[in-house]
Design a protein. Structure first.
Length: 224
């Protein structure tokens, strides 16, 4: 991963959540597989389905490799860790984007926050950092999938920018492509970000109130 990136290999940040809990953010590592297993176990069945669009009970070795052994440029991922004084640390959230090979300025974002940390501001913070990391890697568009009948979400996406585009993807869904704002146009204070239409859109990727069917990128099949 390039060292010129603010959100590169050396990135470390401690953030304070609502209620005073302190969480550490850093790039994900290949050694974080156990963290992801434990975090997956903390998700409700509904949250797992919203993220994988299937009923999953565990992550297999191929998925864990794909989710943790990233290049930091085309597949960027960060992890939120709750430090412990006595017992071991635990992961409470991840945020990532995967660049599209046929459209290098476009990426699919995904944010996962364990159920116990919903509503504490962690999602807002990680979404802000994800936007900044995407911009410095020349990502200018995010793409997500939603149900074609979700009129409220479609209008919200349209309100982001005139450049927002929709295309049918089959199975009653639309693919929405919307611009990533420049960092100086992105509120750095999470409470300010929460008031923007952009946050409300990206919050759907994290599984919020409006039901959005997100097409989560899956690891490529193993070669024959």
């Amino acid at each position: 991963m390039g060292e010129d990136y603010r959100f590169g290999d050396t990135y470390r940040e401690t953030v304070a959540l609502t209620g005073g809990r302190r969480i550490r953010l850093r790039p994900i590592r290949a050694t974080d597989k156990e963290f992801l297993i434990e975090g997956f176990e903390q998700l409700s069945e509904e949250a797992r389905y919203a993220r994988f669009m299937t009923h999953k009970t565990s992550l297999n070795d191929r998925e864990l490799k794909y989710l943790t052994e990233v290049d930091g440029v085309n597949h960027f991922a960060m992890i939120a860790v709750q430090p412990k004084m006595v017992t071991r640390h635990r992961a409470v959230g991840t945020a990532r984007f995967v660049r599209l090979t046929d459209s290098p300025e476009t990426a699919e974002p995904a944010v996962t926050i364990v159920d116990a940390f919903h509503g504490k501001g962690l999602g807002s913070i990680m979404l802000t950092r994800l936007l900044e990391a995407a911009w410095e890697r020349d990502i200018r568009w995010f793409r997500s999938e939603l149900l074609a009948g979700n009129v409220a979400m479609k209008r919200l996406l349209e309100s982001l920018a005139d450049e927002t585009k929709f295309a049918p993807s089959g199975d009653g869904c639309l693919v929405a492509t919307f611009p990533v704002p420049e960092p100086d146009r992105t509120p750095t204070e999470p409470n300010l970000l929460k008031r923007t239409a952009l946050y409300r859109v990206l919050a759907q990727v994290a599984g919020a109130d409006i039901r959005v069917r997100q097409r989560v990128t899956q690891p490529p099949p193993e070669p024959e």
